[in-house]
Design a protein around this ligand. Sequence first.
Ligand code: ADP
Ligand code: MG
Length: 396
Amino acid sequence: MAKRLITDADVRGKRVLCRCDFNVPMADGEITDDTRIRAALPTTTWLLDHDARLILCSHLGRPKGKVVKKLSLAPVAKRLSQLLDRKVPLADGVVGKQVRKEVDKLGKGDALLLENLRFEPGEEANDPAFAQKLADLCDIYVNDAFGAAHRAHASTEGVARLVPSYIGFLMTKEIETLSRLREAPEPPYLAIVGGAKVSDKLDVLTELVTQVDALLIGGGMANTFLLAQGKEVGKSLVERDQVDNARGVIERARNREVDLGLPTDVVVAPDIDGPPTIKPVDDVRPNEAIYDIGPETARVFADRIRQARTIFWNGPLGVAEQDQFAHGTSVVAEAVAKADGFTVIGGGDSVAAIEALDLADRIDHISTGGGASLEFLEGKTLPGVAAIPDAGEDGS
Ligand code: ADP
Ligand code: MG
C-alpha cells in the first residue's frame, strides 16, 4: 500500500518538520560526499516552493545523547544554503525555547536546520516526551530519511504518530524501487553480496536465497562459505561461529536450484600490506589471507551479471579501499553498470566503490540507505515507514 505523500498535504504557511538523512561522511569538518544532501533536494525544494515554513532535521554520527561539537550539523547547514540558494541557518539546539523562537521567526518559504538530533538522549530512545517536543515545533511532519527508516527513533517514528504525517519524494522512490525487487523482479534475478561479515548479512542472505535465481558471494564473507566447504582459508577474515549458517544458505540454494557463485580463484597475501598473489581457491596456505576474488571469478561473475534482468548488489568483493585488492569490486561494478537489466545498489561501501569508479549515473537506483535497504529486502517492516498513514487515510 502506498504511503501518504507530501503532495497530498496542504503545506502553505504551515510549519513542516522534515526528517532527512544528512548523515554524510566528513573529514576534518568538511563534507566528503554530499550525495545524501542532494538526494533530499526534491522534497525540500518542493516544500519551499509551496511556501512551507521548513524545519529540517537529521542525525549525524553517534554522539550518543550528548552534544559533541565535532558532530554539529553546521557544515550541512552551509552546504544546504549553497544547494538551495538561500540562507539555511542552524538552530541553537534541537528543541527548547531558543529553537522555538527561531521557528516562530520563519516566514513562508524559509528554512531552518535543527542541530544533530542525537545530541538529545530522547532521540534514539524514542522517548515520548522528546517526540512531543518535536511535534510541538510543527504542524505537519514529513519523513524523507529512508536511511534511518529501519530505526524506531523519536524523529522517525514517535513524532509521526503525533502530527499529520507524510513521506517525501526520496522515501517514496526508495520504497517503490525496492518493492519492485521484492514483488515483481524480472527473471533472471541475480544478487551479489559481499562485504566483511556473514553475521552482518545473514538475514538478507537467508531471505534473498528464496527470491533470486542466482546469488554471487564475495568479499570477506565468502571465506566463511569456503570454510563451510572444507577449504583452507589461512589467516583470512572468517567467522567460525557462522559456518553452520553458511551451510544453511548453501543448502537452501541447492534446494531451490539457485545458481550459487563462490570464488574459484582468489587474491591472497601474507597480510593486508601485500604482496598480492593470485591462486586457485584450493591452494590457499595457512600463512595467507584472502583479500579479493581472483580475476577468473570476477570474469565469471561479470558474465552472470550480463545475463541477468534484475540485479541487486551489496558489499564490495574484496578490500576495495586498497588498490591491490580492488580488482574484483571494479570488475563487478563495471559489469553492473553495463548490464541491460534493472540495477540496484545498496550499502555504504558498495556505493562508495561505484562512485569512486564514476559509474553511479549508469545504475538505475542507488539506495541512500544501506541497512534500511537490506531490512526492506528481508521483508521486515521499517518503523519509519509503518508510522506514516497509507494514502487516502485521513490520520490527522
Ligand atoms: P557495505 O557498506 O557496502 O554494506 P560492508 O560494510 O558489509 O559493505 O563491507 C565492507 C567492508 O568489507 C570493507 O571495509 C572491506 O574492506 C571489507 N572486506 C571486503 N572483502 C574483505 C576480505 N576479503 N577480507 C577482509 N575484509 C574484507
Ligand atoms: Mg559498510
